[in-house]
Design a protein around this ligand. Structure first.
Ligand SMILES: Nc1ncnc2c1ncn2[C@@H]1O[C@H](COP(=O)(O)OP(=O)(O)OP(=O)(O)O)[C@@H](O)[C@H]1O
Ligand SMILES: [Mg+2]
Length: 443
């Protein structure tokens, strides 16, 4: 639940970690400050003005000094001006500012109630930086004008400004620092993503905090090891295959000679298929070493494959329509797709119902990956045998094509190519009946 509201990026989360305490601290300080300090101060200010007004009323009522003298006292010592309007009645009103934190005006209202036991009205809005207070006496209305400063403590506003200002500066500094710290992590994740997709990655210069540097160095070492392992494996197998060619050729020659005396046709066919296996692998290894990733129009590749394969006399439904070009190794991908198509061509005619053979190649693209899908309405492969089909040199008994023998490397190689691109090759049941082979490539 909370997950939905927290930011997803590392930067967002780090900012949250920095900003939340700052804001919490401010809120707590503000609450304590407004509740206690500001409350107290404004209350005292208001009580003082209330007291002054009460004193003036008292002096007026005693009539020991003239009104002018009292006005003079009020002006000089209390910073209060008043006028007396005889024979008037006030309506008991309170006009005060209504914003959120209007403690001073509220306090003034309260303090007057406590000090002057007479009807009064307050207006803190309509007199600029003056506050108007009217008090009802028995013989008229006493009208006071006092400076706002007497009821308001400006330190609160200054305090809030300082608080918000300094935290904005702090957050700004945090953003700069965080951005710098996160840059190397971002770089590392980009490179890791590329490597995952099988794209060549250049060396990255270790930078940032020690832990990140270590991760970068370890990552580069891992990249080198993976690269070496793959290269060694391909090279070694290619070497073995290559070396096997010579004795095989010799065996073929020998068989040709013996063949005149006894029947060696079985042996000959074994030798032929061994030769085929070796050639298939050597070709694959060669392509792997040469192929580089370039922006490729996959639609075009599919068209090419179909054109080249059409000698078999099958019609293939082509529904491939990628909207743009993608970075792939064109020759490898071509082999990958054509292996699947060749399988469909080879095994779909095994269809027991002798229905019309359908072979379809289609595409799918999303933001993160593209699919190249080969469907057929042949016998398909039972679900539990999907893994066996990928085992090198393994052919599945029930679908062995009478037409064309194979060596059992097609699917292995196709999967390998998809994986080299950081993707995969998946088998499933096609909704037209046979096998559905899906090449999934990340983009
Ligand atoms: N479209 C398909 N329909 C039915 N079975 C299939 C299909 N594709 C592959 N298979 C089965 O999976 C096995 C492995 O396929 P794979 O392409 O690896 O080898 P192959 O076709 O026998 O030989 P190669 O492709 O090396 O000439 C095949 O022998 C076949 O039994
Ligand atoms: Mg095959």
């Amino acid at each position: 639940m909370l997950k939905n509201f927290t930011p997803r990026t590392l930067f967002g989360r780090s900012m949250l970690i920095v900003v939340t305490p700052v804001i919490m601290l401010q809120i707590i300080i503000a609450i304590i400050f407004f509740n206690n300090h500001w409350d107290n101060i404004t209350r005292r200010l208001s009580l003082a003005i209330g007291g002054d007004i009460a004193t003036i009323i008292n002096l007026l009522e005693k009539k020991e000094n003239s009104k002018n003298e009292i006005q003079e006292i009020a002006k000089r010592f209390m910073d209060l001006r008043f006028t007396f309007i005889p024979n008037e009645e006030i309506t008991k009103t309170v006009i005060r500012k209504k914003p959120l934190l209007n403690i001073p005006d509220k306090m003034l209202e309260k303090a007057l109630g406590e000090k002057i036991f007479r009807p009064y009205s307050i207006d803190t809005v309509n007199f600029g930086n003056q506050v108007k207070i009217e008090v009802q006496l028995s013989y008229g209305v006493l009208k006071f004008l006092s400076n706002r400063k007497r009821v308001d403590s400006t330190s609160a506003i200054i305090f809030v400004l300082w608080m918000v200002g300094t935290s904005l500066i702090l957050i700004f500094i945090a953003i700069i620092f965080l951005k710098n710290q996160l840059r190397p992590i971002k770089e590392l994740s980009l490179v890791a993503d590329k490597l995952g997709k099988g794209i060549q990655v250049n060396n990255i210069k270790p930078s940032g905090a020690i832990e990140i540097r270590q991760a970068m160095i370890a990552f580069m070492a891992m990249r080198d090891r993976i690269k070496k392992t793959v290269e060694k494996r391909t090279e070694m197998l290619a070497g073995v295959s290559h070396d096997l060619r010579t004795p095989l050729t010799r065996m073929k020659l020998d068989l040709a000679l013996i063949g005149k005396k006894i029947d060696v046709s079985n042996l000959e066919s074994d030798v032929r298929s061994m030769e085929e296996m070796i050639n298939t692998y050597i070709n694959f290894a060669k392509e792997q070493n040469l192929d580089k990733r370039i922006k490729t129009d996959i639609n075009k590749i599919v068209k090419q494959i179909i054109k080249e394969i059409n000698i078999y006399g099958y019609s293939i439904e082509n529904e491939t329509k990628f909207s743009k070009s993608y970075f792939v190794e064109p020759n490898s991908l071509k082999r990958c797709i054509s292996n699947l198509l060749l399988n469909a061509i080879k095994y779909a005619p095994n269809n027991p119902n002798k229905r019309k053979i359908i072979i379809r190649i289609s595409s799918f693209e999303s933001e993160k990956q593209i699919h190249i899908i080969v469907d057929d309405n042949g016998p398909g492969i039972p679900k539990e045998k999907y893994n066996d089909a990928f085992v090198p040199f393994n052919r599945l008994e029930n679908t062995i094509s009478p037409v064309d023998a194979g060596v059992g490397l097609g699917l292995t190689i196709s999967k390998d190519i998809a994986r080299n691109h950081g993707g995969d090759l998946k088998l499933s049941k096609s909704n037209i009946g046979g096998l559905k082979a899906t090449i999934i490539l990340p983009i």
